[in-house]
Ligand binder design. Sequence first.
Ligand SMILES: [Zn+2]
Length: 163
Amino acid sequence: MSCVHTQPHPRPFIFHVTVYAPAGTDYEDDFAFAIKTFAEHGVEVRVDATHEIDAIVLDHAMQKKLHKPSYSTPVYYVETVVLREDGEDKEFNGLQWKRMGQSFIAVSTNARTSTLSHEIGHALGLGHFDAKTNIMCAKRGDKPGFTPWQGKLMRRGNLLSPR
Ligand SMILES: [Zn+2]
């Protein structure tokens, strides 16, 4: 059998996630939006498994307890994300952090649809981008997207990552 390469065959890039959420959490829209938006840039967001957890508030202490090393990035749906910044507690809608090479994502159950995608963007190496039409903008509007350049960075990040 012959294979004629008329087009480049990009290695499919799969970003694996495992969801931890309290019963009844409505995260379907977040994932539908993420799967569609990342697919437009050659990144497949694949949910490996979902697990039910008790409702939690993510703070610094909880952040340290959530160490479950895996090739599949854990996404925790939490009531609120509370972190100490500049000496005071601040609430966040989402958070992405790394611990011992492992990415973690937390999303508030009250966060809007694009927050999950914003945090996955961070996990894939993107910083903030100051345009309201962009997912990586903190003050983004409805239905934001990525630029082709951000897509390229995310796919390149995969090639550099150890897994
Ligand atoms: Zn951010």
